[in-house]
Design a protein around this ligand. Structure first.
Ligand SMILES: [Zn+2]
Length: 320
């Protein structure tokens, strides 16, 4: 739904790769893998690829997961879901993400943070990219504990274990979305697309008439039982993560928007805008102060329900 800032992921990528390399080089696993590959000739290419990918090149760590999958499928005709391989890659993922950075680089400015907390911080994801409903801040607590969003593997690691540590396969998300998605595959990776990019928006549907409200907002009577929230151009993300169902529990927001639109007649709305402008606020800040969310797609992720609020205002044709 909300795209992860591509500048932030590009900025963090080299450092992610550097730390992953230190982690992998510190593992004897690579030489063990080579020995295992030599013993089991049929599996050689797989382990050599992973070995090479993780240790000698950044392709697997920093590539586009779609390209990596194509590459794998065209070059390697083996089953990548062999339990031992899945377990090994899952183990590398959990261990790396739970590692305190100082163990890899004692002079690192974030040496006290775990990889997971550091990465989430660097990606600057403040609300869940899948649902834009829950805050996903990362922070360190005074008692030394850390809080960070869960990382969903966009392509599940049980089916694509070689993507377990791929940066652009990792989506910091809320527990609900991560739990609902689990091992399923969906089709819109927030590292590359927003719902905007896919022409998706919220719409209100009157269950009786199938239409929305007429232009005379003073006549609107909001009856939550007769209105359904739907998503235009819905896709796998929406159905798998139950986005329509969960947003139908946010009808109170629609009711509040309608009440505000009715209470703020033209002159009152203008006087609000003027007085905020008098305080030196920009049009974007004025929007946020009045509607409580952000209006520009690149800022939607800063506060929950921003995309929803903006779409409902557009849907109702409310001046802002
Ligand atoms: Zn979510």
């Amino acid at each position: 739904m909300i795209r992860i800032d591509p500048h932030k992921s590009a900025n963090v990528a080299p450092e992610y790769w550097r730390l992953l390399k230190i982690f992998m080089q510190g593992k004897r696993g690579t030489s063990k893998l080579k020995a295992y590959a030599q013993k089991h000739a049929g599996l050689k290419s797989r382990f050599m690829y992973v070995d090479k990918g993780l240790v000698d090149s950044s392709t697997i760590a920093l590539g586009n997961p779609d390209d990596i999958i194509k590459d794998f499928k065209s070059h390697y005709k083996f089953r990548t879901t062999k339990p031992g391989f899945v377990k090994r890659m899952e183990g590398y993922y959990s261990e790396f993400f739970g590692t305190t950075i100082g163990k890899l680089d004692p002079n690192h400015p974030y040496k006290d943070l775990k990889i997971s907390t550091w990465l989430a911080k660097e990606l600057g994801v403040k609300t869940c990219p899948y649902c834009n409903r829950e805050y996903t801040f990362s922070r360190s607590l005074r008692n030394g504990r850390e809080v960070h969003p869960e990382f969903d593997h966009f392509y599940p690691k049980s089916k694509y274990p070689y993507l377990a540590l791929s940066l652009f396969n990792l989506v910091p998300s809320c527990h609900t979305c991560n739990h609902l998605k689990m091992e399923h595959e969906i089709n819109t990776n927030p590292h590359y697309y927003s719902f905007e990019d896919k022409g998706m928006s919220f719409k209100l549907e009157d269950i009786n008439t199938g239409g929305v409200y007429d232009s005379e907002k003073d006549h609107w009577v909001f009856d939550p039982d007769n209105v359904e929230i739907k998503i235009k151009n819905s896709n796998e993300n929406v159905s798998r993560l139950g986005i329509e169902e969960i947003y139908n529990l946010h009808k109170d927001i629609v009711a509040d928007i309608i009440t505000k639109a009715q209470a703020y007649n033209e002159s009152f709305y203008q006087s609000l805008v003027d007085s905020y402008r008098g305080l030196g606020k920009t049009p974007e800040e004025i929007y946020r102060l009045i509607w409580g969310t952000y209006m520009n797609p690149q800022d939607y992720g800063l506060r929950p329900l921003s995309k929803f609020t903006k779409d409902v205002l557009d849907e109702l044709g409310i001046k802002r």
